[in-house]
Design a protein around this ligand. Sequence first.
Ligand code: TYD
Ligand code: MG
Length: 378
Amino acid sequence: MAEVDRILGGGMVPGSLVLIGGEPGIGKSTLSLQIPLCCKDLRTLYVTGEESARQVGMRARRLGGDDSNCSIFCETLIDAVIAEADARRPDLMIVDSVQTMYTESVDSAPGSVSQVREVAAALLRFAKESGVPVILIGHITKDGFIAGPKILEHIVDVVLQFEGENRGSYRILRSIKNRFGSTSELAVFEMTGAGLREVANPSELLIPMHEQGLSGTAISAMLDGARPFLFEVQALVSSAVYGTAQRTATGFDVRRLNMLLAVLEKRAGFHLSAKDVFLNMAGGLRVNDPACDLAVICAVLSSNFDFPLRSDICFAGEVGLSGEIRPVAQTDRRISEAARLGFKKIYVSSFTARMKTVKGIEVVKVGDVPELVKKLFK
Ligand code: TYD
Ligand code: MG
């Protein structure tokens, strides 16, 4: 799988231990099963403590591909797993999941901190001694990182985090630790009826699918990892029905949203305090690139004024507490990607140092929020 190889920094290193973490139901088992199905010559041992061999077999058939070299082994005792792997010496071992495995040398229940640590240490030993790469799956719960992946980060070589909104069909695989490559990589997948599909060019999916002329949307040129891509930010501003205004953000930090609204209130004289504000990142993306600030405030203002923005403009800028628009990393690459996708204008900070000129796209520099409002909404 080209995208998985890229995230790993050019494929899987022999003897490495790779952790794939994510919330239950996000698609970790699906992704790891698709790896052997895609590489039919890879002799894989798929160890499952969560499902029966029949269930995994059924899933493999549904996903299509060739499973003749993929053996499924149901076991939760880690010593038995390692004995089996030692006997078979597969090209790849997958262990689903760390929370279901246990060792008899520790008294506590499977999934407890000490069990998880022991299991991972045993797998690491096996990987290093045998040279067999191991993919270990770990669940992370929504309300934080209980007994699991967090304590594993130090032990394993690579940590890949699988994320996305459960309702949406897009999933992001992010590398958060990699002893063999960069951690600024990200891959996008789409969950379909036949498993996960690699989305080689995320921008084309995440920009609008509606006609021009809708208020409350703005396109952000974001950079996540090493790759720039564009996606739509959507906002809905309406009068608060009840006393306190509601602020909801999907895929965006709600405290950051509150801060941006406070900046609009204080520096640009908008009275949003009596308004409900709902914010949504297209495709169920979860963003943390500060460059999205500018698109967020433009989407909010566009909805507030019921003023549609042109569909061929996009934004990349961080908004500071005093309303200034701050430069963001790798502006050039964002501009190039926007131009490649046919955007005609990109709004960036006027404090951006050197910028190359890219054919076909006009770069508009803005210094602060009032100036932005004047340029866009007046
Ligand atoms: P799964 O890989 O079991 O998640 P995890 O191991 O992270 O808990 O995937 C769970 C979801 O994926 C499940 O809700 C159904 C969905 N799915 C599809 O939409 N299409 C498919 O082809 C498969 C295999 C799963
Ligand atoms: Mg699973």
